[in-house]
Structures are given as structure tokens and as C-alpha cells.
Write a protein that binds this ligand. Structure first.
Ligand SMILES: NC(=O)c1ccc[n+]([C@@H]2O[C@H](COP(=O)([O-])OP(=O)(O)OC[C@H]3O[C@@H](n4cnc5c(N)ncnc54)[C@H](O)[C@@H]3O)[C@@H](O)[C@H]2O)c1
Length: 421
């Protein structure tokens, strides 16, 4: 057996204590650097993913609590004579505000949902929120990708319908911020379908696709049965993808789904990123406006559709929607799947739009005519609306002159009287 003399043993014990002490300190340093490193990585990742995940920065998500739940339930309660409780996503948006107000006016229960992003001036969304607040429509602040929030809303309310209008809109912005389109228009749509498929009872879904799915098609007017596999922008591609995703959820889970292809919607409380809106602003400011023309000097034309006509189309499609057939994630039978054009079926050249604005504003525009850049816009849109007319009596009644007249009145009032410009 090996024996150790006492002085060597003492030296060895001292060395071993030094080793253990060093080892302990090194472990401590490693532990804390892992914790701090992890925290820094987590903070960096959160920052990156929140930048990634939306068009634009959001206000902090605020939901939950007893008062919040009370407001949701109150807002969702239908008036006498209605049995509908509708979740309207994108309620602080242009179309969403008008549709929510119209549903509430006729007695349906309405709960809004919007993330209030800053793709365009959020103060306009806040002003629309105030308007809905006065009409007793509560807008929940949150992202459609927040599945916990959606689950909570479906736990609180048995929604009969979901009017899904939240999206990253705009054709040109897709070149600057492509991921925001994937986030809201694809991931967000799947998140809504997932919540609806698991709900019991499942609601019927009406959602906004877009005329942009017709892309580079040249056969006019555009009909729902035409091919839609030539999108000219990522925005159009995400809406087309949405229509395919809708097919899947209808097929697997028995969800009743109606897609609406809106054609260039305009009117009071409209979107500042759209030509009729920023032309008005720039004409009034004496700033030059760019008017694009197609190849061989072809005039660009749009099937401009007034907001009240679109609202009637949204309500008509909601009222004619059949119930979903599944429940709690299980299909029980085939369900309705529809796609409708909602247009005015009367295209107008953009140069005509400008001359109407000039006469309404009593200011001559400084026009700059340019070839259309390849940024996702198409030369011409024209809706065949006979399917919507046959199914629920859709019949637009507002021509561009009278619709723009109402828009200009609103614009002057909103920006001049309120001094918001
Ligand atoms: N206005 C048109 O001319 C037109 C044409 C074709 C299709 N559409 C479609 O109609 C719908 C409504 O359009 P709009 O003109 O009212 O646009 P909008 O931008 O005014 O409204 C969309 C709203 O959705 C919200 N939103 C976006 N991403 C969200 C998210 N992840 N979670 C929660 N809320 C989110 C935005 O904050 C905004 O308030 C959109 O789906 C749009 O793509 C509009």
C-alpha cells in the first residue's frame, strides 16, 4: 500500500483546496456568463422577431382582466332581433371600421380586433376607434397571430361569424417589407382559421381577398372562374395563397368560408397610402403628383368601388353564408366555400379621377406623367359582379363623381377643421 508522509499530505490538501476554489470560481463565472449571455441573446432575439413580425411597430399588446372581459362580452351582445355575434379583425382599418359600424347599427353584436400598426398614420386608426367606441363597438388591441388571445375571445363569446379584414395591405410596400405580408396575410390567416376550426360551434368566416389575384390577366371583365396564377406582387401572391389555404380548411375541418375580392375601395375614412387619398393631399399642397401610364401610353384604369357598396357586399355575403359543419376541430360534413368579386363594374381612367378631384378641390393638379414602374401595380381592373348579384343581390350604386364628392367633404372636414394636417 502506498503511504504519504504528513508534510506531503498537507501540501497536497492545500493544492487540492486551491484547485477546488479555482474550479468553484470558474464554474461561478461560467454560470453567470451563461445567464447574462442568454438574457442578451433572448433580448436580441425578441427585438429581431418583433421587428420581423409586423409591418411596422405596434403599440404594446393590452388585453385581459375582468374589465376587459366585460367590455368584450358587452360589445358582442346582439340587440333584440339579431342572433349574430361577429368578430371583425382589422376593425380600426378603413373597411373594418365601416363594416363594424354597419353591423352594430342593424343590431348585431360586434367585437373588433386590431394591432394598430403604423403602416400608415396610426392617429387615423385611433380616430376610427373613437368613432366605433361611440357606437359601442369595442376594439381589442392585439395581433391575429396571438393564438392565446384568439382562444380567450372564443372562450368568452360564441361568435357566429368572423369577418376577417386584418391584413398587410398595399401593393408597393411589399417590396420594402415583404415579411409583414407573410406575417399578417399568411401566418395570420392560418392563425384565424386554426382558432375558428377549434371553436365550438365553429363560426362562418368571411374574409378579404383582393382583385389583385387577377394579376397580369388580360381577359376582362375579371370573373371568379378565371385563372389567378399570374400575381404581379407579393401582396397578390399572399391573397392567392390565402384562397388556397381557405380551400384546405374548408375541406379538412368543414369551415364555411367566403372570400371577397375587393376592387380599389375608396371613401371617407379611407387609406392614406391609396392614390385618390394622397393625390388629394398633394393637390391641396400644390405638390406634383405622378400619374403612371402603361406600355404604349395605355391609360391606367381602376374599377373604383365606393365604401358603402363594399359594406353592403360584406353584409350580404355574411347573411348568405351557411353555417360551418364541423365542431371542436372535427369535420361533420361538407361546408360552403365561395369567392366573390366586389367591384363597381365600371372602370375609370386615373386621369379622369384626377380631373374629378381638381374640380371638387377647385385646384389644378401639377401632373407628372411617367411610365408605370414594375412595382406590383397592374394596368387595368374590371370586375364581373354577376355571381354576387345572383347570390345576394349585390348592386353597387355610387359612381366615382358622387363617391369622391363624399370623400373630399370628409377629407376637408377631418384635416382642416380638426387641424390634424
Ligand atoms: N381597400 C382596398 O382597396 C382593398 C382592396 C382589396 C383588398 N383589400 C383588403 O381588405 C382588407 C381591409 O383593407 P383596408 O383597406 O381596410 O386596409 P387597412 O390597412 O385600413 O386595414 C387593415 C387593418 O388590419 C390591421 N392589421 C394588420 N395586420 C394585423 C395583425 N397581424 N393583427 C391584427 N391587426 C392587423 C391594421 O392595423 C389595419 O388597421 C384587407 O384584407 C385588404 O387586404 C382592400
Amino acid at each position: 500500500m502506498l503511504s504519504i508522509d504528513p508534510s506531503t499530505k498537507a501540501r497536497m490538501e492545500k493544492a487540492s483546496y486551491r484547485d477546488r476554489k479555482w474550479h468553484y470560481s470558474a464554474t461561478k463565472v461560467m454560470f453567470w456568463s451563461t445567464v447574462f449571455g442568454g438574457l442578451i441573446l433572448y433580448a436580441g432575439f425578441s427585438l429581431l422577431s418583433s421587428e420581423d413580425s409586423s409591418s411596422s411597430s405596434h403599440t404594446a399588446v393590452k388585453w385581459g382582466g375582468i374589465d376587459w372581459e366585460k367590455r368584450v362580452k358587452m360589445s358582442a351582445r346582439p340587440g333584440s332581433g339579431s342572433h349574430k355575434a361577429v368578430l371583425v379583425t382589422g376593425a380600426a382599418g378603413f373597411v373594418g371600421t365601416h363594416v363594424s359600424a354597419a353591423l352594430k347599427r342593424r343590431g348585431d353584436g360586434v367585437v373588433g380586433l386590431d394591432v394598430f400598426n403604423n403602416y400608415y398614420d396610426p392617429s387615423l386608426k385611433r380616430a376610427r376607434q373613437k368613432l366605433l367606441d361611440q357606437a359601442d363597438v369595442f376594439i381589442v388591441e392585439g395581433d391575429i397571430n396571438d393564438s392565446e388571445l384568439l382562444k380567450k375571445l372564443f372562450d368568452l363569446v360564441s361568435f357566429t361569424h368572423v369577418m376577417h379584414l386584418a391584413a398587410q395591405a398595399g401593393v408597393r410596400y411589399a417590396m420594402q417589407n415583404p415579411s409583414s405580408y407573410v406575417h399578417s396575410n399568411i401566418a395570420g390567416l392560418v392563425s384565424i382559421f386554426e382558432a375558428c376550426k377549434s371553436a365550438n360551434p365553429q363560426p362562418a368566416i368571411i374574409w378579404a381577398s383582393s382583385s389583385s389575384v387577377y394579376g397580369l390577366n388580360t381577359k376582362v371583365p375579371f370573373s371568379e372562374t378565371d385563372r389567378t396564377d399570374n400575381p404581379a406582387s407579393l401582396y397578390a401572391a399572399t391573397k392567392k395563397a390565402g384562397e388556397e389555404i381557405a380551400h384546405t380548411y374548408n375541406h379538412i375541418y368543414g369551415l364555411s368560408i367566403t372570400g371577397l375580392r375587393f376592387f380599389t375601395v375608396y371613401g371617407p375614412w379611407g387609406r392614406p397610402d391609396m392614390a385618390y387619398f394622397f393625390f388629394t393631399k398633394n393637390i391641396l399642397k400644390g405638390k406634383q403628383i405622378n400619374i403612371y401610364e402603361g406600355p404604349d401610353h395605355i391609360s391606367v384604369a381602376r374599377d373604383f368601388t365606393y365604401i358603402d357598396d363594399i359594406v353592403r357586399g360584406c353584409l350580404g355575403s355574411l347573411d348568405s353564408a351557411e353555417k360551418s359543419t364541423g365542431s371542436g376541430g372535427k369535420k361533420k360534413g361538407p361546408a360552403q366555400l365561395r369567392v366573390f368579386n366586389l367591384g363597381n363594374t365600371s372602370p375609370v381612367q386615373v386621369s379622369k379621377l384626377v380631373s374629378i378631384l381638381e374640380s371638387l378641390l377647385k385646384v389644378e393638379a401639377k401632373k407628372n406623367v411617367l411610365p408605370m414602374p414594375r412595382n406590383g401595380d397592374v394596368v387595368y381592373t374590371h370586375a364581373n359582379i354577376s355571381y354576387a348579384t345572383n347570390e345576394f343581390g349585390y348592386k353597387p350604386t355610387t359612381d366615382l363623381q358622387s363617391g369622391l364628392n363624399k370623400f373630399v367633404k370628409w377629407y376637408l372636414d377631418y384635416y382642416s377643421v380638426n387641424g390634424r394636417h
